[in-house]
Design a protein around this ligand. Sequence first.
Ligand code: GLY
Ligand code: MN
Ligand code: MN
Length: 438
Amino acid sequence: MNVSKQELYAGRRAAAMDAMLAGGAGSVAVLAAAPVFIRNNDVEHDYRQDSDVFYLTGFDEPDSVMVLLADERKFVMFVRPRDPEREVWDGARAGVEGAVANFGAAEAFKISDFATELPKLLSNKSRLHYRLGRDRGFDERVLAGLEATRRRGRMGVSWPTEIVDPGAILHEMRMFKTSSELESMRAAAAITREAHERAMRATKPGMFEHEIEALLLETFRRGGSERVAYGSIVGSGPNATVLHYRSNNRKMESGDLLLIDAGCEYGYYASDVTRTFPVSGAFTAPQRAIYEVVLEAQIESIALTRAGQTLDDVHKKSVEVLTRGLLTLGLLKGDLVDLIAKEAYKPFYMHRTSHWLGMDVHDVGAYFIAGKHRPLAPGMVITVEPGIYIARDNASVAPEWRGIGVRIEDDILVTDGEPVNLTDGIPKTVGEIERACA
Ligand code: GLY
Ligand code: MN
Ligand code: MN
């Protein structure tokens, strides 16, 4: 790892340790690498490091643990040792030496030494920052270390009497994107933009959804993205109304809309984009009417994505514009205020409008503070993704509306002024889309 990267991670660790000490002396944090998941028999799922561990170290190997000793301002790593024979099969490891030389650990141990070393690291500490309940197997190992430390009490050793969630510190840090993080998010956005544009140009009646999924993946990997940020949704016709549609195996027909919710990850940062466009290149009148309502909701909600507003304000704006549109088109009947109060839009719009975005597509960070919707602040990135989904068997609407699904999603950076659309420039108006599809 180059020096500037090392400094970047060291700076984050220093900030995390400052925050730990602000809660009192004797603070230690234990963070485990993501486990390897078996796919079937001896085949593993592609490995991706835990976002918190990567955020603080840039270390991407499994079977590792990092321990932050805030008082000593020290960082200790447990890693897989070098093993030339294994490395022939699995690739190079940093090893104990590399953890110190390249990743800034003050000391490093073999992961097999974790059980004997952990009680020493917990000795005479008062607070353990550890996320319980996420990995029960690893919980056991941490709790065993804690118990072994308690057993040293007779020798005058004290032990952590509090276990607190490190998310309170790390996830708060991760909410506010620095310029280097935004650089990665912009790179992810640029590759994702190209993928959506290519999909619009390539889609033709008679093609299968999976052909377009393949084109998205090819664009991501060719652009240098390491992986998708989440499984791509490529849903045509009535599949566009299935929120988490993943089969991507239907043959697309003229007259269908195609909803693509796909984004790549770049440098461990996600993009999350949805576009909906006609397979034949031209919207039908009902499709276009629905599309225009969703587009207006999205544009007005993005305009509200400003410091001081909340995700609930952004959501309420989408709900208002969508409900008014459904009323104007005759899909809902009654009084606007009443329909919103009764949540009459719910059969058509059943999800929220936004989530935090960052290293994780549904990124970490508190949505509420003291029970209240948290105000947006500069450096936060959110999605804005309203939609209208009319089930194909919705007998309460005229047949021409049934089976139409539209979502439009962009990634928006909150600043101290205007919102910045990181995924700007992907065709979005009816005119832009019909030109891109032509
Ligand atoms: N692609 C996941 C989401 O839009 O939240
Ligand atoms: Mn999203
Ligand atoms: Mn999405």
